[in-house]
Design a protein around this ligand. Structure first.
Ligand code: NAD
Ligand code: UD1
Length: 339
């Protein structure tokens, strides 16, 4: 079976490419390298002892995408490509809508033209309405996201549902990720953010390695056990395995399926910092600052539906996430380098 991964050179895509190659799939990565390095894929090939096809191109180039789908006889697409920095999305909303929403429209057109009707999409828990009622099941109401990045994810979910209603032979999986973190346990591939990280885990790792002086903890007055924000951290390898299970499950089963991919447990910012210090043996200096606008007090998944339908659940712990994040960071203090 041939899988095309848009954005497959990025953080989650590269780990998923590895899992797919190990499971015997043929992999075509289609990425414009706007937020990734070719090196991630070289390492995936080295780790798996297999080769993949890499196409450096943009998903908004519909003709190029259609050619890639037909040339390589692609069976299914996993769609990771997009822009993901929440703060930047409020400054450049048009770029986010153009890349994420426009890019997905282009992908769906290319897939239609090439006769490929199986799609797995990277959505986010950010589509859920703010709620005090945790954990979140897939039936929880979606909200009005507080930023263009979140809105783009929700819009794409709507577009995909409308597409499947109009063309019922499509099989579409919408995967709502909670907080992806960690790295492959070799320490060879991991998260390599451009510039100063926005997300907690890469920030903590860069403090521990000495690239950044200290962590700012955004708020200690939330209605949570220790006052800091609570999230559901999911190991990127568990997440990658979830994509394989979802793609298998929807193959030849037309419909739209929505699954939460989360561990089902909430951890506070301070829990995460302590776990990181414990497994790395490094101190992570921090100071408490004001809340970050748009942040929720708490957010964690009910992952039961994925367990029932896909026989999938997270197998790796918070300590595994921290140990693997630290191995990646300490072996690659400057990330991949952008070559
Ligand atoms: P990433 O930035 O590492 O990967 C995205 C990849 O897409 C990059 O390799 C980038 O070069 C590529 N890309 C971007 N625009 C493109 C375009 N127009 N054409 C071709 N390639 C393009 O991000 P990630 O963390 O691996 O996230 C993957 C997906 O999962 C994204 O859609 C993201 O919104 C979603 N997601 C991520 C998280 C998270 O915390 N990392 C959480 C929820 C959802
Ligand atoms: C953020 C995005 C979300 C996106 C997700 C994955 C916001 C408001 N939300 O989620 O839309 O889907 O990333 O990319 O940006 N924290 C600190 N200090 C830091 C960084 C984070 O205290 O330097 C705290 C946050 O307040 C939060 C927790 O750590 O409580 C996790 O933050 P983060 O990793 O940014 O993820 P989310 O905010 O859950």
């Amino acid at each position: 079976m041939v899988m095309l991964l848009t954005g497959g050179a990025g953080y989650i895509g590269s780990h998923t490419a590895l899992v797919l190659l190990e499971a015997g799939y043929e992999v075509v990565v289609y990425d414009n390298l706007s937020n990734a390095s070719r090196e991630s894929l070289r390492r995936v090939e080295r780790l798996t002892g297999r080769t993949l096809t890499f196409i450096e191109a943009d998903i908004r180039d519909t003709a190029r995408l259609q050619k890639a789908l037909t040339d390589h006889a692609v069976d299914a697409v996993i769609h990771f490509a997009g822009l993901k920095a929440v703060g930047e999305s409020t400054e450049k909303p048009l770029a986010y809508y153009e890349n994420n929403v426009g890019g997905t429209l282009s992908l769906c057109e290319a897939m239609t033209a090439a006769g490929v009707h199986t799609l797995v999409f990277s959505s986010s828990a950010t589509v859920y309405a703010a709620s005090d009622d945790m954990p979140l099941a897939e039936t929880a109401p979606t909200g009005r996201p507080t930023n263009p990045y979140g809105s783009s994810k929700l819009m794409i979910e709507w577009i995909l549902r409308d597409l499947q209603a109009a063309q019922p032979d499509w099989s579409i999986a919408i995967l709502r990720y909670f907080n992806p973190a960690g790295a492959h346990d070799s320490g060879e591939i991991g998260e390599d953010p451009n510039g100063i990280p926005n997300n907690l885990l890469p920030y903590v790792s860069q403090v521990a390695i000495g690239r950044l002086p200290q962590l700012s903890v955004y708020g200690s007055d939330y209605p949570t056990p220790d006052g800091t924000g609570v999230r559901d951290y999911i190991h990127v390898m568990d997440l990658a395995e979830g994509h394989l299970k979802a793609a298998d499950a929807i193959w030849g089963q037309p419909g739209v399926y929505t699954w939460n991919l989360g561990a089902g447990t909430g951890h506070s910012v301070l829990d995460a910092v302590r776990a990181f210090e414990r497994v790395s043996g490094r101190e992570v200096p921090y100071r408490i600052v004001d809340r970050r606008p748009g942040d929720l007090a708490q957010c964690w998944a009910n992952p039961q539906k994925a367990e029932t339908d896909l026989n999938w659940r997270c197998r790796r712990s918070l300590d595994d996430i921290m140990a693997d994040a630290w191995r990646w960071q300490s072996q690659n203090p400057e990330g991949y380098g952008r070559d």
